[in-house]
Design a protein around this ligand. Structure first.
Ligand SMILES: Nc1nc2c(c(=O)[nH]1)N[C@H]1C(S)=C(S)[C@@H](COP(=O)(O)O)O[C@H]1N2
Ligand SMILES: [Mo]
Length: 502
C-alpha cells in the first residue's frame, strides 16, 4: 500500500510538469467516463449529482488499494514478480494517458511510468526488509521497513503537496490571462430586464443565476485551463470557402452581443437543478460562418451539422440550420459581467438558445467543423443520446419545497418555467385533484429565458400535492406523462407533496 501510494504521489508530481491531465488517476478516470455504459452514467449523475467525479476518483483509489494489497502479498512470495506487477499497472496508466483524446504527445506516458518505476523499486526494497533477517538475528528487519516506508511516504506527500500548491506553469498563465482580460462593450446590449421578471417570493430561483451557483455538467476530471493569449478557433470543413482561424482578440473586435439565455442539461430530471439563466457576452456565430462561406442546408449548403470540438476532446454536434436561423447563437466569452469562469468554458464557449447543452454549448471550444449528421456522430450519440435535441417545455416548483411543512393560510407556490426560443405563455397550478388554476407570470425577458411564476394558495391543514404545468409560446402544453431523460430530455409534470400544519 505504501508503494502504491508513493507511486501515485510521484506520478502526481511529475504530471504537474508534463500535463495535469496526464496523471494516472485522471487518465484512467477519463477512460472510465468515456466507456461507462450510458445507463450507469445516468445513475451516477442521479445518485451523486455534481460530486460524481469525486466519487469516481475515490472509487479508483479504493480499487487500487485493494489491488495493492494483492500485489503486496504476491511480492512477499516473489519480490521481482511483485515489482513487475506494479510496473504493469504503470504501463496501463501510461496507455490510458496517451490514448486520451486531448493527448498530443507521448510525454503523457511519463507520469505513470515514472510513478510506477518509483513504486516498483520501493516495493522491492520494502519486501527485501521484511524477507531478509536483520544482521546477526533471525528476525525480519521491521525497523528498517518502517523507516523506509515512513520516510518515502512522507517525502512523496510533501512533494505532491508542494506541487499542487505551486500549480503548473500552464495553469498559472491561464489564470493570469483571465485576470488581464477586459471585456468589450456590447454593440448590441441586452434589452433591459423588465421590472417584475424577478418575483419577490422567498425561496424562488433568482432570475439570473450567479456564476458560482450555475450548474456544471461536463466530462472533464480536471477543468481545462486554457491561456486566452494562445487560444485559437479553427473553422473548417464542408462548404467552408476558406479555412479560418480566429484569435480571442479578433473575436472581441467584432460586433459584440449581450444576451440573456437560459441553459439546461438534457440529464436534468423533472424538477431537477441542471438549469440556469445568465447574461452572456459574445459574437454571433452565424455571421462568422457566413463570412467563411457557409450556407445553411435551406440555401443549398452541403453541411447540416456543425461539430464543435473542445481542448479536452469533447465533440458536440449542432444543426447548422438552427445556428443560422436568426436566433442568437453565440460564441460567448462573458458570463454575468465577467470573463467565463474556467468551469464554464474559458475563454470561449458556444451557446444556442433552444437546444440542450450537449448539442450546443461546447465549452473550451477549439474548432468548428462543418459536416453532416450522416457522416459524423458527436460524443454522446453512440452513447445512446439523440443527435438532435431541442429543449422540452418544463416547469419547476421552487417553493414550497417537497416534504416541507408550511403553516395554514396563504402559501406562495412559485417557481420557474422554460421553453427557450419558444417562450412561456402560461403556467398553471393544481392542488391535489382540483382544477388547474392560472399562476401569475413574472414579466417575460424574452423567449430565450426562463419565466418566473407564482400562485397564492389558501392552504388547509393536511397533506397536499401541488402540481405545475406550462404552456409554451406555440400553445403546446407540457404532457403529463413522465419520460426518462434519455434519449432527448425528460418530460412530465413536476409535483411536490407538502404537509400543511394546522
Ligand atoms: N467541452 C465540453 N463542453 C460541454 C460539456 C462537456 O462535457 N465538455 N458538457 C455539455 C453539457 S452536457 C452541458 S448541459 C453544458 C453545461 O454547461 P455548464 O457546465 O456551463 O452549465 O455544457 C456542455 N458543454
Ligand atoms: Mo447536459
Amino acid at each position: 500500500m505504501v508503494s502504491a501510494y508513493v507511486s501515485l504521489a510521484v506520478a502526481d508530481v511529475v504530471s504537474f510538469w508534463v500535463r495535469p491531465e496526464a496523471g494516472p488517476v485522471v487518465a484512467v478516470g477519463g477512460t472510465v467516463v468515456d466507456r461507462t455504459p450510458a445507463a450507469l452514467k445516468e445513475w451516477a449523475i442521479r445518485a451523486f449529482g455534481e460530486n460524481d467525479k469525486t466519487v469516481l476518483q475515490l472509487g479508483i483509489l479504493l480499487i487500487l488499494a485493494v489491488l495493492a494489497l494483492g500485489v503486496g502479498l504476491l511480492a512477499l512470495r516473489h519480490r521481482l514478480l511483485g515489482a513487475a506487477a506494479v510496473a504493469a499497472f504503470g504501463v496501463l496508466g501510461a496507455l490510458a494517458a496517451v490514448t486520451r483524446p486531448d493527448s498530443e504527445s507521448a510525454m503523457d506516458a511519463v507520469p505513470s511510468l515514472v510513478g510506477a518505476a518509483a513504486g516498483a523499486l520501493l516495493l522491492y526494497v520494502l519486501t527485501g526488509r521484511l524477507l531478509t533477517p536483520r544482521p546477526g538475528t533471525a528476525q525480519a528487519d521491521r525497523r528498517g521497513f518502517l523507516i523506509v516506508a515512513a520516510s518515502t511516504g512522507l517525502a512523496a506527500t510533501g512533494a505532491a503537496a508542494i506541487g499542487r500548491a505551486v500549480g503548473t506553469p500552464v495553469q498559472e498563465n491561464a489564470a493570469a490571462s483571465r485576470e488581464a482580460l477586459r471585456l468589450p462593450r456590447p454593440a448590441s446590449p441586452a434589452p433591459a430586464v423588465p421590472a417584475g421578471a424577478q418575483l419577490d417570493v422567498p425561496g424562488i430561483s433568482t432570475f439570473f443565476t450567479p456564476n458560482r451557483d450555475f450548474y456544471r455538467v461536463d466530462t472533464a476530471l480536471i477543468v481545462p485551463k486554457v491561456n486566452a493569449d494562445h487560444w485559437r478557433l479553427r473553422i473548417h470543413g464542408s462548404g467552408v470557402r476558406e479555412e479560418r482561424t480566429v484569435t480571442l482578440r479578433e473575436l472581441m473586435a467584432r460586433p459584440v452581443l449581450e444576451r440573456d439565455i437560459t441553459l439546461n442539461c438534457v440529464s436534468n430530471p423533472v424538477g431537477g437543478p441542471y438549469v440556469g439563466n445568465a447574461r452572456w457576452l459574445g459574437v454571433r456565430l452565424a455571421d462568422l460562418l457566413r463570412e467563411a462561406g457557409v450556407r445553411p442546408p435551406s440555401e443549398g449548403g452541403p453541411a447540416d451539422q456543425l461539430v464543435a470540438r473542445s481542448v479536452d476532446g469533447m465533440t458536440i454536434g449542432t444543426p447548422v440550420e438552427t445556428v443560422m436561423d436568426g436566433r442568437d447563437a453565440l460564441l460567448a466569452f462573458g458570463m454575468n459581467g465577467e470573463p467565463l469562469p474556467f468551469a464554464h468554458g474559458f475563454p470561449v464557449r458556444m451557446l444556442v438558445p433552444g437546444l440542450y447543452g450537449y448539442v450546443s454549448a461546447c465549452k473550451w471550444i477549439e474548432s468548428i467543423e462543418l459536416t453532416t449528421f450522416d457522416a459524423y456522430d458527436a460524443y454522446w450519440v453512440p452513447r445512446g443520446w439523440a443527435a438532435q435535441a431541442p429543449v422540452k417545455t418544463q416547469s419547476r416548483i421552487d417553493t414550497p419545497r417537497a416534504l416541507s411543512r408550511p403553516a395554514a393560510g396563504t402559501v406562495m407556490v412559485a417557481g420557474v418555467a422554460w421553453a427557450q426560443h419558444r417562450g412561456i405563455r402560461r403556467v398553471e397550478v393544481r392542488v391535489d385533484d382540483g382544477p388547474w388554476q392560472d399562476a401569475r407570470l413574472g414579466a417575460a425577458d424574452g423567449s430565450d429565458t426562463w419565466r418566473e411564476w407564482v400562485h397564492p394558495w389558501t392552504a388547509t391543514p393536511g397533506r397536499h400535492t401541488l402540481t405545475v404545468r406550462a404552456t409554451d409560446g406555440t400553445g403546446t402544453t407540457q404532457p403529463e406523462r413522465r419520460t426518462d431523460t434519455m434519449p432527448n430530455g425528460a418530460q412530465g409534470w413536476h409535483s411536490v407533496e407538502v404537509t400543511v400544519k394546522g
